[in-house]
Write a protein of this length. Sequence first.
Length: 481
Amino acid sequence: MGVLSELEPKEVFRYFEEICSIPHPSYKEEKLSDYCVKFAKEHNLSVFQDELKNVIIIKEATEGYEGEPPIVIQGHLDMVCEKEADCPIDFETDGLKLAIEGDYITAQGTTLGGDDGIAVAYALAILASDAISHPRLEVIFTVSEEVGMEGASGIDVSMIKGRKLLNIDSEEEGYMLTSCAGGRSVECELFVSWEEKKGVVVDISVSGLLGGHSGVEIDKGRANSNILLARALMDIGKIAEYDIISMSGGSKDNAIPRKSEAKILVESGDVSKVLAQIEAVAKKAAAEYSTSDPGICIQAETEGEQTVFVLTRETAEKAVLLITLLPNGIQRMSADIEGLVETSLNLGVLKLSREALSLRYAVRSSVGTAKEHLTDKLEALVAYMGGKIKISGDYPAWEYRKDSALREDMVRIYREMYQKEPVIQAIHAGLECGILAGKLDGLDAVSIGPDMVGVHTTEEKLSISSTRRVWEYILEVLKCK
Ligand SMILES: [Zn+2]
């Protein structure tokens, strides 16, 4: 007897319990993928499994739905594997130990993988049923969502006819996700030249910033340590001559940098006024960011007189100008969804090597043309200064559709079932729907899911009553003509 066998809807929880008994960490989804293939064959459904272990299962329309447009149901096979220190479970070989606590299902000592096992359970329960009415169903189970969305990136969707996609990977009932940002990494490079000089070395450090994820926290008004560093240098340039020995800051393009450093060379007679100027910059930054980033600390120390290699004045000037003048932060807010950042960029990594100054930006936008234009801006200014840009890791946006038949139907059905309005949401980070929208022209997608708490932690819980309500809701959406 299963732990969940008394729960309703029976089939959904039966499949969920089976999924929890099969190991399925990211990059190790093979067993669960094979289980889905076996399930499809047992139910005489067409099935495709690729080398990555993505699975597509197709079930033809039930009677009376032959003329309706197909619906794509999508979720991911992998789960985040976290466990408590004393938990003996090996995620590659063992199943999870499920328990029921009031309205919640939990896994003892580990993550539950309700994200996104519940999507797989819902889909299998629908595919197995003879009693549910639906148009042609095309079910997509992807791998490696939690690590880099490689499954969605690599999947061949040429057999998919549907353009209505129900993604089941959200964690709050009553919320419908309808858009996410696309993005890319843009590296701006400026070739540099050096000369030898003698003077007093001054170390400048910018630290104590809050930082954050550039897709989630770019709207929090926090400072960027790389940009504050360039500002300090610009201010020093107003009162004294100086040379740049080194500069660095940040480690990932999608993280707002929290710490940056530079070494500069000044004439011994200018040291005290340079230090005073740095103190003045520190005061300005502290005042400007006193609410949004209160821990900012800009400090300077002298190292004494040395002969060192410094950037030529011409390159140093260009470097500081470039960091200062290239855009950063929010570029535009969405006109369609209140509070949503439409386009942004983050100068995540600043590096100065023998050959070049490198500035790495995470560019994001929920509008593809805006992402292109912003990249063009970076390229134009960098090229004007004599440098070049490199683009990598490009992924498309899931753009908000003003006319979405699927969203309109889903909102209406929700209202009829629950006498309240669902919340329409969009996020500035990337999702699988964005990648799939890039492959399925004209895709109309909505992402939903039942209530979950503590996702990606050992506290993860799945609400039983919400799972039942979302199941009933999905059946109404499938039935809708
Ligand atoms: Zn997920």
